[in-house]
Design a protein around this ligand. Structure first.
Ligand code: NAP
Length: 249
């Protein structure tokens, strides 16, 4: 078994991938790519879904500690270590409460800000906190969190979308900080952020009209998989775009 490749080219064994939020959007497209690579796929969602041959679905309210504990109990029964974990959970607007990203700080809504922090930042920290128990210390493993270029502080030239930007910048700090700590005991673990590009999903739908380049979820998923495949251990703690270029914090 080649333990240093992350994509599965050997049909005689299966690697394991966990995709948080993988029942829809970019996460779902990623699950389809890894299905072709013969992975055992574990997907979380807030909703229930029917298992398929290769995909097992679990309900998880990823902002809630209790829900993580229940999920861990179920995963323990599967006796599994993950080769790849991809966190694709995120929000940009709240359709139910009709709240959209701020054009001005004057329209900042406290609940919406806190919701961005909970879903876009806290979930990344909870994912690492709880899933580290299901990571090998001797095999190459990747934990990738989908993020956005908008979370880069140094790349911010136009302002706006304060809650989303702040929550994604906080997510980058979580990635960097956790990567330093974990490198001490898990020297084969790579923790990164991944910007998927502008992708046509329900998250981006209201904003696509003015976007310069828009990917289908399948296109983005293939590019992100290539980035993951080509990561070396120096990558840990960094944020990359879909073409493998580093995005500065
Ligand atoms: N689409 C883009 O253009 C774009 C650009 C840059 C960055 N991104 C980032 O890429 C990631 C995935 O985005 P996407 O476009 O695939 O969005 P999406 O289609 O809306 O999927 C996001 C997933 O997050 C989960 N989710 C949504 N609200 C949640 C909540 N309140 N609590 C917990 N989970 C929640 C959903 O899973 P369930 O409903 O199944 O629980 C959903 O499948 C996000 O982090 C986003 O910021 C996207």
């Amino acid at each position: 078994m080649n333990t240093n490749t992350i994509t599965n080219k050997d049909n005689n064994f299966s690697k394991n991938i966990l995709i948080l939020g993988g029942a829809d959007g970019i996460g779902f497209a990623i699950s389809k790519v890894f299905e072709k690579l013969n992975y055992n796929i574990y997907v979380t969602s807030r909703h229930t879904h029917e298992n398929t041959n290769n995909i097992k679905y679990f309900t998880l309210e990823a902002t809630k500690e209790n829900s993580w504990l229940n999920f861990k109990e179920l995963i323990s029964k599967n006796n599994v270590l993950f080769d790849i974990i991809i966190n694709t959970i995120g929000i940009l607007h709240d359709e139910k409460d009709n709240i959209y990203p701020e054009k001005s700080i004057k329209t900042l809504d406290t609940n919406f800000f806190m919701k961005n922090i909970e879903i876009n930042s806290l979930v990344s920290a909870l994912c690492i906190k709880h899933m580290i128990d299901f990571i090998s210390k001797s095999e190459k493993t990747v934990i990738a969190h989908l993020t956005a270029r908008l979370g880069s502080i140094s790349d911010n030239n136009i302002g706006g979308w304060l809650s989303y930007r702040a929550s994604k910048a906080a997510q980058h700090m979580i990635i960097k900080t956790a990567s330093i700590e974990l490198s001490r005991n898990y020297n084969k673990l790579i923790v990164i952020g991944l910007h998927p590009g502008t992708v046509s999903t329900k998250l981006s739908k209201p904003y696509l009209r003015t976007a310069k380049k828009v990917f289908d979820p399948d296109q983005s998923a293939k590019k992100l998989t290539e980035v993951i495949e080509n990561l070396d251990y120096e990558a840990t703690g960094k944020v990359f775009d879909y073409s493998g270029k580093v995005i500065p914090y």
